[in-house]
Design a protein around this ligand. Structure first.
Ligand code: PEP
Length: 261
């Protein structure tokens, strides 16, 4: 594709990940995973496909995706290695199930469960040390956007978390830009709105870690992404895939999005 010509190193991966959130029973999740595996067979090889089911589904879904091109992600992990943290799930537990990734810092976790940037630094450290890749979510809410603070908010989220890491660590980190006002609302950011934030994220990363690290970083867009708008979003030069919520619950829609590159 044309835009690849602009890449310095050509290492950047296109990644489409489905965040199932707290949806589906275990049998429904297994059926969805099977449908995703089947439908993903015909996708071009340069697009990585990831599914992120609830914790309870990870073991059976790991069996479904084993040996296929579909990667497995958790939606969160604990901020401690192990011990007396009732109800929490550690990185070691996730890795032992065969998870490749964990999503961290999703706006629903920031908003409803008090996830702070400080906590995220700990979680990202644990995830990387435990062999998981991270999909780190950032994004402004509606008030912040309307106040014209979106660049500042996203820049601060990137600095507060990623500046604690190295260019080497960044090879195992994906950033997902998800404007909170677009998540689950049916209101998608325009391709131009998304692109200007993606470009800003890349330049913040370039300033700290250098051009090569910035160029290789996968930056996904998330927020009411669907088959009808994915192509326009993914055509932007700094949009390298999607973190998909609602549309990831239907294998056909999810794969149609992944086929939009
Ligand atoms: C998400 O929550 O990560 C998301 C992008 O949700 P939706 O696609 O439903 O807006």
């Amino acid at each position: 594709m044309n835009r690849k010509i602009n890449l310095l190193h050509n290492m950047r991966k296109y990644i489409v990940a489905g965040n199932w959130k707290m949806n589906t029973t275990v049998p429904e999740g297994v059926a969805l995973a099977k449908a995703v595996v089947e439908a993903s067979k015909d996708l071009p090889a340069n697009v990585e496909i990831v599914v992120a089911p609830p914790f309870t589904h990870l073991a059976p879904v790991a069996e479904v995706v084993k040996g296929t091109r579909v990667k497995l992600s958790a939606q969160n992990c604990a901020d401690h290695e192990k011990g007396a943290y009732t109800g929490e799930v550690s990185v070691a537990m996730l890795a032992s199930l065969g998870c490749d990734y964990t999503i961290l810092g999703h706006s629903e976790r920031r908003q409803y469960y008090g996830e702070t940037d400080e906590k995220l630094v700990e979680k990202v450290k644990l995830a990387l040390a435990g062999g998981l890749k991270v999909i780190l979510c950032v994004g402004e809410n509606l008030d912040e956007r309307e106040a014209g603070k979106h660049f500042d908010v996203v820049t601060a989220q990137i600095e507060n978390v990623l500046f604690h890491f190295t260019a080497e660590d960044l090879k195992n980190i994906v950033v997902a830009y998800e404007p909170v006002w677009a998540i689950g609302t049916g209101k998608t950011a325009t391709a131009a709105q998304a692109e200007e934030i993606h470009a800003c994220i890349r330049s913040v990363i370039a300033g700290k870690f250098g051009l090569a690290a910035a160029d290789d970083l996968t930056i996904q867009y998330g927020g009411s992404c669907k088959p009808s708008n994915a192509r326009e979003l993914f055509a932007e030069k700094d949009i390298d895939g999607g973190l998909i919520g609602g549309a990831a619950l239907k294998a056909d829609d999810f794969i149609a999005i992944a086929a939009s590159f």
